[in-house]
Design a protein around this ligand. Structure first.
Ligand SMILES: Nc1ncnc2c1ncn2[C@@H]1O[C@H](COP(=O)(O)OP(=O)(O)OP(=O)(O)O)[C@@H](O)[C@H]1O
Length: 381
């Protein structure tokens, strides 16, 4: 990253000084305080401290502020990261010159300008391939699969990032056992290191309950920040745990994130397969290749006697994959240990590497690693 001198904080404050948030009816400096500004790689990153309860309402003003800063300091492109004050809800906004100091602040996702066309591609330029793990509907085990796949890819010798774009139900911090908030350096969020991979989730930045109520533009703003304002660094692969379903947010993410390919997770039940078909259609619409289908909760394996029971009629996803002409990547059994390890914060691939479940995830990771090496021309191990 190339550091360079940029505008002084006072210059930034001067530009923001003229901005008014029409909806709240106040000048921006009366609502937010410039905490930091830095310039690197042609980007001016400004960190603004705002009261937590106001942050969700500032999206439009922040977008205008970014435009104003970009115009004032061209050719730099400005992006604003909001950090939240831990003040009582409804507390008066901090005026300029209020007490400085980082202790009471934390980064906030969810607000910001939509990146210009092609921007994420540039920002992820040191990332070899970007793979979405998606599902047509919620609750099929997409996040569990994404986590164990990412950890498994790390075990295959790849450098791996995992981004939780499941904004409304960010489960990554729980599944990886991470606590606390990520560091911010030079205006960029530093991914958390866990089990051999780099990870970032909205759940590490804001209260889950706060993210639950975000609407479309907020969700897209948050996802843009996860793509653009995180120091992902050089990675062989970035795995994105997509939001469930096939709505606008998913479609936009598929278009924005410059995905190399997508993996669809499905359970064997017909209804889930119908949803999976919808998921595949969405990626086809955005010309993102579907790398394959994974069948989760494929069969039940008795932990005592090892007997295998096909609960939902096994093989549905394999047949569906053949019908749809997409590769079948593997099947993951339904096991209480998978759920327990997800809840304990230690992925089963790490916690019980010899288990049937871990072996299934490792096979899946080996298959996907093969695909990644093929598409990115990485040397075979
Ligand atoms: N193969 C499995 N065996 C047993 N439990 C599983 C398995 N896969 C997932 N689970 C459990 O099922 C629940 C849902 O899984 P997960 O959160 O991964 O689903 P999801 O598709 O990401 O859901 P959503 O996107 O709607 O939040 C979790 O409690 C998880 O531990």
């Amino acid at each position: 990253m190339t550091e360079m001198h940029g505008p002084a904080r006072e210059d930034v404050e001067r530009v923001l000084g003229g901005m008014i948030d029409g909806a709240i009816g106040k000048r921006l400096p009366d609502l937010a305080r410039v905490e930091a500004c830095s310039v690197a790689d042609g980007r001016l990153r400004v960190t603004l401290a705002v009261p937590a309860d106001l942050a969700p309402r500032l999206g439009e003003t922040v977008a205008r502020a970014e435009d104003a800063l970009s115009t004032a300091f061209a050719p730099l492109t400005a992006s604003i990261l909001l950090t939240a004050h831990r003040e009582a809800p409804g507390a008066a906004a901090p005026a300029q010159g209020a007490a400085q100091g980082g202790g009471g602040h934390r980064p906030l996702g969810g607000v910001g300008r939509k990146p210009a066309a092609g921007e994420p591609a540039r920002l992820l330029e040191h990332v070899g391939v970007v793979i979405a793990v998606a599902s047509g509907k919620g609750g099929v085990g997409k996040s569990t699969t994404a986590v164990n796949l990412a950890v498994g890819l790390g075990m295959e010798g790849l450098s791996v990032g995992l981004m939780d774009a499941d904004v409304h139900g960010p489960s990554l911090p729980r599944m990886l056992g991470t606590v606390g908030q990520p560091e911010v350096r030079d205006g960029l969020l530093i991914p958390v290191q866990a089990w051999g991979i780099s990870a970032m989730s909205i759940g590490m930045l804001v209260d889950e309950t706060q993210a639950m109520i975000w609407r479309g533009p907020m969700v897209m703003g948050a996802i843009s920040q996860l793509l653009g304002d995180v120091a992902w660094g050089a990675l062989d692969v970035l795995v994105i745990d997509m939001p469930p379903g096939t709505g606008d947010a998913q479609l936009t993410l598929a278009q924005k994130a410059v995905l190399t390919g997508a993996i669809i997770v499905s359970t064997p039940q017909d209804i889930a397969l119908l949803d999976a078909r919808r998921g595949i259609a969405m990626f086809e619409k955005t010309r993102v290749p579907v790398l394959g289908l994974v069948e989760n909760m494929s069969y039940f394996c008795c932990p005592n006697c090892g007997h295998r029971t096909e609960l939902f009629g096994h093989g549905g996803a394999r047949d569906e994959a053949m019908r749809l002409n997409v590769p079948f990547l593997g099947e993951i059994p339904l096991l209480a240990d998978i759920r327990a390890s997800a809840d304990s914060g230690v992925p089963i691939t790490i916690g019980a590497p010899e288990s049937e479940a871990a072996q299934a995830y490792r096979m899946l990771a080996a298959t996907v690693a093969g695909t990644i090496r093929r598409v990115s021309r990485l040397p075979p191990v």
